[in-house]
Design a protein around this ligand. Structure first.
Ligand code: GAL
Length: 643
């Protein structure tokens, strides 16, 4: 990572006549841009005919950047194969679960398991690497673009063969697979590996184990494609770091943990969903997730938008004055050392011409470009923040396998949404001024005081033991309902729910009672969507349903404590419970909280620290720092102060 804040966006000079480029770089310099992502969707221009390479325009673009002191996240352009590829190798196009082949004419039209796609992708990646290996503008490899954004799962015959190979390496025998998938049910027993298919359209519910493994396989297939490109790049440019832009928190088809483990630096994209209530809290979740994926180290925001996107139909909301700055500083506050946008210059043509950019259609004399310039200057002034870290005392557990398993349509309730529930718990912490990491259930929890488990339907034996161990050693745990229910193959853990954590929680549950209507608890709180017929074994009951059955319990376990909720509490009551467990764990907010004002701290290795206070409200606010100073943050403003 650079020792300044990286600032810039996707530069797509190939969309413009070369006369425009000089103006581009002059305006970039005016805006303080020091980094661009380049060549992401340029395969069809770099290799216009199979095996014929034309680099002239990219040479000139790279040279122009170098002369102007701007560095490049240079892409391997493999996210969008050219029309000649689809034309010559139609078998490499992706196929959906209904057997429909998807054609070229947009992007990512390839099957992730296609050998010919891999071969051609590696060839163009190699050409780019050989050409620019020593170029002074090259800072970072931007491998592909948003793996799996549109083609995360392919159901073609090549995918079926690759899925079988993946299963053979996961299961020692067909017997083991039959057992894991529970194929005795509905006469699904396999007697030959060749009978196994991707979960294509079926008359009724597909086998849950098959579905879950297919999602794991599909994510792994994308990681493998990344690894193939990365290995090639490392051979040619061993000293140049590589990344690919994830979609952490927004897109759940790819296992971000598996990807992150292979990146030299985690980078991610985040698009504000304007229609969401308090979208800046969703932003904070994505940023916290990105930092956690990078092991707490600074990460790179590869893309966000200066204003509206053009894909949240029916209404794409433009950002209000100041919102671009608040969004950018919120990412910075949560550990980003680079703030980048899609894209530098707003396209004139193509499917994203209505997507905002740093330099809008109307030119530089605009609200957006003025804000872009001001932000560039501000980030240059915050160079000292680069390299500092956000330290969280709370971890919130989430796992892709669990999300995927719960996605199977045959559930006790289709109204439970583990991602939204995790975000709701995260929002309660946000409002309390407490920053949390997002952690994998099998990850290292030893540095935390409090672990939250909003809804972890599936947990492996190792993950289950990990949480128990955390509590045994003195940690505080809060588990939400429908957690710890199944094993890693989506098989029920028997003997009373939640089978993984009956001892930890001191509770056993006989039956689930999804709720049609909210119900009132003894405390006056409301439970929604879900309830359970639970019985305490060693826990104490802190709140109950009208029936007297427990809604909230607390169990002492080893040197620690484990709380359990058997319903989805309303926001205020949930905030109360989270406040209680934070208190028990001794977790402190970054500063005194004011509703709607985001407070986060970054700390330098030398002990110096920066308090970010971002006022998302229309009223001026006064924040009190931990050492008792007061800081005024005007309506819509953000400040960064020592502390
Ligand atoms: C991202 C993608 C960019 C652009 C952007 C705006 O998903 O990486 O290429 O499409 O969204 O829609």
């Amino acid at each position: 990572m650079p020792d300044v804040i990286a600032y810039g966006g996707d530069w797509n000079p190939e969309q413009w006549p070369e006369e425009t480029w000089e103006q581009d770089v002059a305006l970039m310099r005016e805006a303080g841009v020091n980094r661009v992502s380049l060549g992401i969707f340029s395969w069809s221009l770099l290799e216009p005919v199979e095996g014929v390479f034309e680099f002239g325009w990219l040479d000139r673009a790279m040279d122009l950047l170098a002369v102007n002191g701007i560095r490049a996240n240079l892409a391997t352009p493999t996210a969008s194969p050219p029309p000649w590829f689809a034309d010559t190798y139609p078998e490499a196009l992706p196929v959906d679960a209904d057997g429909r082949r998807l054609y070229h004419g947009s992007r990512q039209a390839f099957c992730p398991s296609s050998p010919i796609y891999k071969e051609k992708a590696l060839r163009i990646a190699e050409q780019v690497a050989l050409r620019y290996r020593d170029h002074p503008a090259l800072a970072l490899w931007h491998v592909h673009n948003e793996y799996g954004c549109h083609n995360a799962r392919c159901y073609c015959d090549a995918s079926a063969a690759a899925f079988r190979a993946w299963l053979r390496s996961r299961y020692a025998s067909l017997d083991e697979l039959n057992d894991a998938w529970g194929t005795a049910f509905w006469s699904q027993h396999y007697s030959d590996w060749a009978q196994i298919l991707p979960p294509r359209a079926t008359p009724s519910f597909v086998n849950p184990g098959q579905l879950l493994d297919f999602r794991r396989f599909s994510s792994d297939a994308l990681v493998e494609l990344y690894l193939a490109e990365r290995e090639l790049l490392k051979q040619i440019t061993p000293g140049v770091p590589a990344t690919t832009n994830l979609m952490a928190g927004a897109h759940w088809d790819m296992d971000c943990w598996a990807f992150a483990a292979e990146l030299d630096v985690v980078s991610t994209d985040h698009y504000l969903i304007g229609a969401r209530a308090e979208p800046h809290i969703d932003l904070a979740f994505a940023a916290d997730y990105a930092r956690s994926l990078n092991g707490g180290r600074p990460w790179l925001l590869m893309e966000h938008s200066t204003s509206a996107v053009n894909w949240q139909q029916p209404r794409n909301l433009a950002k209000a004055p100041g919102e671009l700055r608040r969004n950018s500083l919120a990412h910075l506050a949560r550990g980003a050392d680079g703030i980048m946008f899609f894209q530098w210059r707003q396209s004139r043509a193509g499917a994203e011409k209505w997507h905002s950019a740093m330099l809008p259609h109307a030119g530089p004399d605009t609200k957006i470009f003025r804000e872009v310039k001001a932000l560039g200057a501000e980030l240059a002034g915050l160079a000292d923040v680069a390299g500092s870290r956000v330290e969280a005392e709370v971890a919130l557990l989430i796992d892709h396998s669990s999300v995927w398993a719960q996605d199977h349509p045959a559930q006790p309730s289709s109204e439970l949404d583990p991602v939204e529930e995790a975000k709701r718990w995260h929002a309660a912490l946000w409002r309390a001024g407490i920053t949390c990491d997002i952690a994998h259930p099998e990850g290292d929890l030893s540095g935390y005081r409090l672990v939250l488990v909003p809804q972890l339907y599936l947990v492996s034996d190792a993950g289950a033991a990990n949480l128990e161990e955390f509590a045994r050693r003195g940690g505080v745990v809060l588990v939400g309902p429908y957690s710890g229910i199944v094993d890693e193959h989506d098989r029920v853990r028997l003997g009373g729910y939640p089978g993984a954590w009956r001892d930890l929680l001191g509770v056993t549950v006989e039956e689930f009672f999804p709720l049609a209507e909210p119900i009132r608890l003894a405390s006056g709180a409301t439970g929604r969507l879900w309830s359970e017929a639970a019985r305490v074994t060693t826990a104490k009951v802190l709140d109950t349903y009208a029936s007297g059955e427990p809604a909230w319990t607390r169990n002492e376990f080893g040197d620690g404590v484990a709380h359990y909720l058997t319903t989805l509490l309303d926001d205020a009551a949930l905030a109360g419970v989270i406040g209680t467990v934070c208190g028990e764990a001794g977790v402190e907010p970054a500063a005194g909280t004011v509703p709607g004002v985001e407070v986060v701290r970054r700390t330098r290795a030398d002990g110096g620290s920066f308090l970010f206070a971002i006022n998302h409200t229309g009223e001026d606010a006064t924040v009190t720092t931990r050492d008792g100073r007061t800081v005024t943050v005007a309506a819509g403003d953000a400040v960064v102060v020592p502390g």
